[in-house]
Design a protein around this ligand. Structure first.
Ligand SMILES: Nc1ncnc2c1ncn2[C@@H]1O[C@H](COP(=O)(O)OP(=O)(O)OP(=O)(O)O)[C@@H](O)[C@H]1O
Ligand SMILES: [Mg+2]
Length: 271
């Protein structure tokens, strides 16, 4: 089989697709990792709405944000199209309400609870024939799963059944700010097929948003860190981040000419 022909799922962010030679391999489970406010929810929503425009039905399970807040925040983005929700192309579901209806303990799940939840997620995905699914966040879900084995089992089984449906899944993963860590329980990242890391770097007093594809099984992807921008009219966009070596060369050029004019030997100055 020619692996280069594997079908890909676009992310809704053109530059990101280019970095992964076209997109996420269909049926993958990908962690979208970042600290609070890094843009995880926005990225996932853009992914779903872009897919819906292309004919992919989707479902977004929220655990951390109530529905009314979520939609209120979404409304400011141009990618948000109310008609795609009304027509059932994008389905937003509060997972806490489902848990309550199932009679599950909202704090801690037993193995049976986890099994029941998994079944309902699979049933919803199957019934709606979704091609894109998001859980926001897997960290909050894992918190209820109690043991490492349960977490591993849950993500593995979910990922496997969705892959069979060719459904491509994003799971948001919450990590503390300014850390190069991909998941809270350090299991999620190993079970996932891919990791998209949204972070930030401080440069001259500004916090610049960044995005980096850390892992994407089955693709020839770059691991370049990009600057990420969020705006209401264009959603999430990526642009090249000027590497510090490039900045150095710009500065060096300037400094060098100053040094020349001041007649100071370059070797005497440490940059
Ligand atoms: N309409 C908008 N225009 C520009 N930037 C926006 C807009 N809406 C939100 N943002 C930016 O996106 C950030 C929040 O993004 P988002 O909710 O996707 O982050 P998150 O990673 O999901 O956060 P959390 O972990 O708290 O859920 C805001 O802090 C704000 O800076
Ligand atoms: Mg969020």
């Amino acid at each position: 089989m020619d692996m280069t022909k594997r079908e890909l799922c676009s992310t809704g962010i053109e530059e990101l697709d280019i970095q992964m030679s076209g997109g996420i391999p269909l049926g993958s489970t990908v962690l979208v990792t970042g600290c609070s406010g890094s843009g995880k929810t926005t990225l996932c929503m853009q992914y779903l709405f872009d897919g819906a425009e292309k004919g992919d039905r989707s479902v977004f399970f929220t655990i951390t944000e109530p529905l009314f807040k979520l939609t209120k925040n979404l409304e400011s983005f141009s990618f948000y199209k109310k008609n795609l929700i009304e027509s059932g192309m994008v389905n937003i579901i509060d997972l806490r309400i489902i848990s309550e209806r199932l009679g599950l303990d909202t704090e801690k799940y037993t193995v049976d609870d986890a099994g029941a939840l998994l079944d309902i997620l699979k049933d919803i995905a199957n019934e709606l024939e979704v091609k894109r699914l998001v859980i926001d966040s897997i960290t909050a879900l894992c918190y209820r799963l109690q043991t490492r084995e349960m977490i591993r089992d849950f993500i593995f089984k979910l990922g496997t059944s969705l892959a069979v449906m060719n459904c491509t899944t994003l799971l948001t993963s919450e990590v503390p700010p300014q850390t190069y860590k991909f998941s809270q329980y350090e299991i999620e990242e190993f079970i996932s097929d891919g990791i998209i890391f949204v972070g930030d770097i401080e440069r001259r007093g500004d916090l610049i948003r960044t995005l980096q594809v850390v892992k994407m099984r089955g693709t020839d992807h770059t691991r370049t860190k990009f600057a990420m921008h969020i705006s209401a009219d264009r959603g999430i966009e990526l642009m090249p981040l000027l590497k510090s070596s490039e900045i150095d060369s710009v500065l060096t050029e300037k400094v060098q000419s100053s040094l020349r004019s001041w007649d100071i030997p370059k070797e005497k100055v440490m940059l």
